[in-house]
Design a binder for this molecule. Structure first.
Ligand code: XMP
Length: 519
């Protein structure tokens, strides 16, 4: 275990991911965590992240220097590097020469940390202050135009640091630097591999559930719930039942994909609830985006809970009086970090919404992906033998096509949009762009009509909007520059093959100011 101390920059998650890419397990802890608590977890090493502040700024997060003398190897990056320097008696000063973005670093003495790296290479910097004198016992390894001490190490003490951000892709050889620290200075073993992770998780799930009760998992068609279900199925077999609510707002072929391919790959016991009519009835006359979301969310809970009731009515819930059921959820590590939770004890909550279930029935949450990043979840899905279409599926909103029809949602409009959407997705796949494009919504402007001409006749049809975007995390996004010939094929095919659509447009708005979806 390597602990990344988060000093409030956006980089801590990235650092933790890079450590794991080096096949060493890592977790993030807030900088307010007492040193005793950090050491109690017996980390093989601690990494101090960058931070937004100057070490001299008022209210700047500090460092309890006992961490540096505890014998646990420590690596500092950027702000963490400066804290280390300051805490060990070196000198940090406002040199007046700020460095932001790409900088060239010169290695004067490679030492262990920078061994085998080119003497000059580009790194990503973001700092105002600089370390001007290294602490005693440290070797200065590198400098940049604005930073006399840009990297140092004290291998015997297990301490090292760099002024730059080795975790970002713009820093050349960043991963190498990190691995040098982890393996050569901290002596970490590289054993965090997907095969081991899957085995460990299966054991954990068996420990948690034991031979008690029945587990239920809601499948959305997305990768997280699919992988969570697949691994729980490996652990407890047919005591898991998956529920898939078909709300009629899915894209072409998606429900079949879950029903057929997912079940074939996992052998999961799947209950598909066809609730299209219920959802469409509830959506009749609704065109406000938030109202649509509310209606869909409300109906979803109703349908899901009815399915739960049915499954649990027949289920053997363990020994007498031990009425425990388990709810499997695909919670990911970033959700855990962002909600302020840590490695915490197993999360147990009673479920109050399930009308008609015995009062003493408790739902215990099973969250097998709580420690994983999205890319790791995909690797786990591959390891578990899930089909690529599920493992690499782009994000899709819970309310489905309901929020991609601008105006009221009905069956006819959904069918029109499904046809156009299927063409766009098919052509994107053909062009080999699925993994480059984050998401590719197709939006039907159902209340808008425009005049067109086709054959000899005038048409009065609807426009669709293509909304291909690139993104890292959906918080920000850019419009994707799809090749013109791909756009052309999509446009021609949609207007030829979908009778009600006579115009295809492309949305070229970034987020912000736009959002990815139109509603
Ligand atoms: P926006 O449109 O806000 O979307 O840029 C950001 C990401 O969230 C997805 N999204 C949703 N997901 N329920 C969901 O589960 C929703 O109501 C919802 N609205 C947007 C969207 O597809 C994108 O990935």
């Amino acid at each position: 275990l390597v602990l990344v101390v988060d000093f409030g920059a956006q980089y801590a998650q990235l650092i933790a991911r890079r450590v794991r890419e080096a096949r060493v397990y890592s977790e993030i802890v807030p900088h307010t965590t007492p040193v005793a608590e950090i050491l109690a977890r017996e980390p093989k090493a601690v990494i101090l992240s960058g931070g937004p502040s100057s070490v001299y700024a008022e209210g700047a997060p500090g460092l309890d220097t006992s961490l540096l003398t505890s014998g646990t190897p420590v690596f500092g990056m950027c702000y963490g590097f400066q804290l280390m320097a300051q805490g060990l008696g070196g000198e940090v000063a406002a040199t007046g020469s700020r460095e932001y973005g790409r900088t060239s670093v010169t290695i004067n003495e490679p030492g262990t940390l920078l061994a085998e790296l080119p003497t000059e290479h580009r790194v990503w910097m973001s700092h105002g202050d600089a370390v001007v004198a290294a602490p005693e016992g440290f070797t200065v390894l590198a400098s940049t135009p604005g930073t006399p001490v840009a990297a140092f190490e004290n291998v015997d003490a297990g301490l090292a640091g760099v002024q730059w951000h080795p975790e970002v892709l713009h820093s050349e050889h960043g991963q190498q630097v990190l691995e040098h620290f982890l393996t050569k200075i901290a002596g970490c073993r590289q054993t965090w591999t997907m095969v081991n992770i899957v085995e460990e998780q299966i054991e954990k799930i068996r420990d948690q559930i034991g031979d008690r009760g029945q587990a239920i998992c809601g499948l959305s068609g997305g990768v997280d719930s699919a992988v969570a279900a697949a691994i729980v199925q490996r652990a407890i077999g047919d005591r898991l039942t998956c529920v898939y609510v078909d709300h009629g707002l899915m894209r072409q072929g998606e429900t079949e994909q879950v029903e057929r391919d997912f079940v074939a790959a996992t052998g999961v016991d799947l209950k598909v609830v066809d609730a299209e009519k219920q959802f469409l009835d509830a959506l009749a006359g609704v065109s406000d985006p938030e109202e649509k979301r509310k209606v869909i969310g409300r109906e979803f809970i109703r349908v899901f809970e009815a399915a739960e009731r049915e499954i649990l009515a027949d289920a053997v819930l363990g020994e007498d009086g031990d009425k425990v059921a388990f709810l499997v959820q695909g919670t990911l590590y970033p959700d855990v970090v962002e909600s302020g939770g840590g490695a915490g004890a197993s999360n147990i909550k009673s479920h109050h919404n399930v009308g008609g279930l015995p009062d003493d029935l408790q739902f215990e949450l099973v969250e097998p992906l709580r420690e994983l990043f999205k890319d790791e979840v995909r690797l786990m899905g591959e390891q578990l033998g899930l089909p690529a279409e599920i493992v690499w599926r782009q994000p899709f909103p819970g309310p489905g096509l309901g929020i991609r029809i601008i105006g009221e949602v009905n069956r006819e409009r959904l069918d029109i949009l499904r046809q156009a959407d299927a063409i766009a997705r098919e052509e994107l796949t053909k062009a080999g762009l699925d993994r480059e494009i984050w998401q590719f919504p197709v939006v039907l402007l159902a209340d808008v009509r425009s005049v067109g001409v086709q054959g000899d006749g005038r048409t009065y049809g609807h426009p669709v909007v293509l909304r291909p975007v690139t993104s890292e995390d959906a918080m920000t996004a850019d419009w994707a520059r799809l090749p013109y010939d791909v756009l052309e094929t999509i446009s021609t095919r949609i207007t030829n093959e979908v009778a009600e659509i006579n115009r295809v447009t492309v949305d070229i708005t970034s987020k912000p100011p736009g959002t990815i979806e139109w509603e």
